[in-house]
Ligand binder design. Structure first.
Ligand SMILES: NC(=O)c1ccc[n+]([C@@H]2O[C@H](COP(=O)([O-])OP(=O)(O)OC[C@H]3O[C@@H](n4cnc5c(N)ncnc54)[C@H](O)[C@@H]3O)[C@@H](O)[C@H]2O)c1
Length: 327
């Protein structure tokens, strides 16, 4: 990209799983990237390769406090994303979504920046309609264990659309469905990373319930492409737009695929289903196709192979690779 197209782009939660991939992508496209993170779930290791670039800046900051910087675009990703992490301090989770949104929207208002919100399929709760189009209002428990995340994200969406209506802000809201890839947290209970680490260690693979509940899994590169296309779309495209992979698998099928690809000796272990765990979740991506010309292109096997390679390397670096199937 030519220098005159260089934008100053803020990525909150930039040291996390999705944020670190997004920072790398924006930097490679020739932009100045400011990564803001409080390192609650993110890690410097995720962005260590970017630190040498003069166009990359890292700031330790909590988005529940105001931030004054000059930027052209804001990607607001800061928020713990896995139940283990967001339930650790549920009040802080709601604050991160709600106060974080208010602070970032205030910044966008002052700087007239475009602003992207990483919302979630969890706004649909335990859906009664499949697949979920953006017009579905959801089926959410407001007082359950997951509510700090689900309702926090729903309130953030409300704020985004009120800032658009009230202040004419250019907002972009993506409802992200399950995404996986390198740099996911190894121990945060998310299903793909869990299964891969268990398989690489030849430990039993934990399935909750009977494993028949389905999920759709989108590879991280496809997701980041969706983020950038949404941010670059015309102002009238504000969303919310579902981004995810409509290809649906049962959790049991995923476990079996991971065992096959890792050549693991792991067996399946069944545990009770946690409360509020949705039975089925699958995006309707017609809007993303129509407005962004976007659909995932990475087959599950290809994405899983790359993710397995990442965790294999991580386990080796940890010095705990002794139980790896190839040993
Ligand atoms: N990964 C998915 O499948 C998925 C699905 C739906 C939505 N999302 C959303 O995408 C975003 C990124 O998710 P992720 O998977 O990369 O999670 P992640 O936990 O890896 O990244 C979140 C980042 O935000 C940072 N953070 C948390 N609270 C903060 C605060 N108060 N101030 C500053 N930084 C803070 C964390 O340290 C971390 O680096 C989140 O908003 C999440 O809700 C992700």
């Amino acid at each position: 990209m030519a220098i005159h197209n260089r934008k100053r782009i803020l990525v909150t939660g930039g040291a996390g799983f999705l944020g670190s991939h997004l920072c790398a992508r924006l930097l490679a496209a020739g932009h100045d990237v400011l990564c803001v993170d409080n390192f609650f779930t993110g890690a410097k290791d995720n962005i260590v390769d970017l630190l040498a670039s003069p166009h990359f800046e890292l700031m330790r900051h909590d988005v529940t406090f105001p931030l004054y910087v000059e930027v052209d675009e804001i990607y607001n990703l800061a928020c713990p994303a896995s139940p283990i992490h967001y339930q650790h301090d549920p009040v802080q989770t709601t604050k991160t979504s709600v106060h974080g949104a208010i602070n970032m929207l205030g910044l966008a208002k002052r700087t007239r920046a475009r602003i992207f919100q990483a919302s979630t399929s969890e706004v649909y709760g335990d859906p009664e309609t499949h697949p979920q189009p953006e017009s579905y209002w959801g089926h959410v428990n407001p007082i359950g264990l997951r509510s700090c995340y689900d309702e926090g994200k729903r309130c953030a969406e409300t704020l985004f659309f009120d800032y658009r209506r009230q202040h004419g802000l250019r907002v972009k809201v993506a409802r992200i469905f399950n995404t996986y890839g390198p740099k996911m947290h190894p121990n945060d209970g998310r299903v793909v990373s869990n299964f891969i680490v268990q398989a690489l260690r030849n430990q039993p693979i934990t399935l909750y319930g009977d494993g028949a509940q389905t999920r759709s899994f989108c590879y991280v590169d496809d997701m980041i492409e969706g983020f950038v296309r949404l941010m670059d779309s015309p102002d009238e495209v504000s969303g919310p737009v579902n981004l995810g992979n409509p290809a649906e698998f049962s959790i049991r099928e995923l476990a079996e695929k991971v065992i096959e690809l890792t050549g693991s000796r792991s067996e399946l272990a069944y545990k009770p289903l946690p409360s509020d765990d949705p039975r089925q979740r699958r995006p309707d991506i017609a809007l993303a196709k129509e407005h962004l010309d976007w659909a995932p292109t990475t087959p599950l096997e290809v994405g899983l192979d790359k993710t397995i390679a990442y965790f294999d390397d991580w386990l080796r670096r940890l010095g705990r690779g002794a139980e790896h199937p190839s040993h």
